[in-house]
Design a binder for this molecule. Structure first.
Ligand SMILES: [Zn+2]
Length: 137
């Protein structure tokens, strides 16, 4: 079990941080939550837009995970254009893996890679490699 903790993030709202040094290629945490289909996701995202926060993570063409229900620290993972984690899918489950060495105290990030056809969302990741938007462009 890899130690993580949650605190305010300079990227957005709250973030998940490394509670220990994490070697490259480590399975850090599962993105847990309620498995929902795309129809239910669309319904919930409409609600989430009103409150301005969502914990829904894409799994595959059929399903997504809503970590608002049954989520753990992983639901706070923020986007970066130069992330230190990758989301790996196994059937209907999602795990976060380190793609580089992550020193204790650093924020964990993943590339949300929103579809370029979705409304563009401005990125605040602060990385030198920032592409300006959370979407893939
Ligand atoms: Zn960025």
């Amino acid at each position: 079990m890899i130690k993580t903790f949650v605190k305010k993030s300079h990227i957005h709202n709250f973030g998940i941080f490394a509670g220990q040094d994490i070697p490259v290629g480590t399975r850090i945490i599962e993105y847990t939550g309620e498995l929902i289909d795309k129809k239910e996701e669309a319904r919930r995202e409409k609600q989430n837009e009103k409150i301005g926060i969502t914990y829904i993570f894409d799994v595959n063409d059929r399903y997504s995970i809503d970590a608002a229900i049954g989520g753990n620290n992983s639901k706070y993972i923020n986007h970066s254009c130069d992330p230190n984690c990758d989301a790996e899918r196994f059937k209907n489950r999602v795990f976060l893996y380190s793609n580089k060495f992550i020193p204790k105290g650093n924020e964990l990030t993943v590339d949300y890679a929103f579809d370029s056809k979705e409304p563009l969302e401005v990125c605040h990741c602060g990385s030198p490699k920032c592409r300006g938007f959370i979407n893939e462009i």
